[in-house]
Design a protein around this ligand. Structure first.
Ligand code: ADP
Ligand code: MG
Length: 275
């Protein structure tokens, strides 16, 4: 997939405060995503289960950041609180310097439709829509799909190697192809922030590589901030930075610099944190 045409001109190494293909990438000195003091506990009857505890995190435009942590450590909770699927108890989140107001449901919905792309472990495709329609769905929900949108959808299908599958229903795809489709859907509206929860968890190594290339490409070429959860040190090695979630906050950070063959320090950090 590395030989696919990029969606935008790779030569446009634009400064961070300019716009790529109409999508703002944030001012140079403001992280695209800024999370401060995020806390979240679930309540089960009388019991209170603290999950996130005063968590802070910043991601710049163009950065691919990986979150690792034990099962049940709150990785999905973190992503859900950032996308507005769930609501944190305390803390603040801003995108490109703009504080997000999660209190209003309409605001949370708008956020997901316009500024954030979501990739889930189990794809969540609409079974009655074909691949092309699933990819275009976020724009169809907004109401207007123009020829440029359709062209972007086709370019994304080419990029993920799915251009011959546009007419297939999800039931006519492999699991890996479903995940690739869901990634194209998450990118169709050019999100500023892409949240991917174990996107490589249920696919074969070849598809996983295509997914990682697509996420890295979205960061590098479109200026998205990408936050990906994975349990795989090999997949985490694609990141600019690896953050280790433990006891509700980021317990350690590794500057990885997308050195894919530098996996040992990730293993070491997992061992030293007891993850
Ligand atoms: P991870 O993605 O790191 O595996 P999650 O964020 O899914 O972890 O879950 C963190 C903890 O919160 C887990 O112990 C889980 O059982 C609990 N949890 C998640 N969602 C809910 C919920 N809706 N109600 C109660 N507890 C939940
Ligand atoms: Mg999870």
């Amino acid at each position: 997939m590395s030989d696919q045409q990029p969606l935008n001109d790779p030569a446009c190494e634009t400064p961070a405060d300019t716009t790529i293909a109409g999508f703002p990438t944030g001012a140079a000195d403001v992280p695209l995503l800024h999370v401060s003091g995020l806390s979240k506990a679930y309540r089960l009857g009388q019991r209170r289960l603290p999950v996130l505890d005063d968590l802070s995190l910043a991601i710049n435009a163009g950065e691919l950041v990986v979150i690792m942590g034990p099962s049940g450590s709150g990785k999905s909770t973190l992503l859900n609180c950032l996308s507005g699927i769930d609501v944190a108890d305390a803390g603040s989140v801003s995108l490109s310097g703009e504080a997000l107001d999660y209190a209003k449901e309409a605001e949370r919905t708008r956020l997901r439709r316009e500024r954030i792309g979501l990739v889930f472990q189990f794809f969540n495709l609409i079974p009655t829509l074909n691949v092309r329609e699933n990819v275009l769905l976020p724009l169809l929900i907004r109401g207007a799909v123009n020829p440029a949108d359709r062209a972007r959808a086709e370019a994304l299908l080419v990029q993920i190697g799915m251009d011959s599958r546009g007419d297939h229903l999800p039931s006519q795809l492999s699991g890996g192809e479903m995940q690739l489709t869901s990634i194209a859907r998450a990118l169709i509206h050019g999100p500023e922030l892409l949240l991917a929860d174990e996107p490589t968890g249920n696919v074969n190594p070849r598809i996983a590589e295509g997914i990682l290339e697509t996420l890295a490409h979205a960061a590098s070429t479109e200026g998205a901030a990408v936050l990906m959860v994975t349990h795989s040190p090999e997949h985490a090695a694609w990141a600019d930075r690896v953050c280790f979630l433990k006891d509700g906050r980021i317990a350690a950070t590794l500057e990885q610099g997308r050195q894919r063959d530098r996996v040992a320090p990730i293993h070491q950090q997992l061992v030293s944190l007891g993850i």
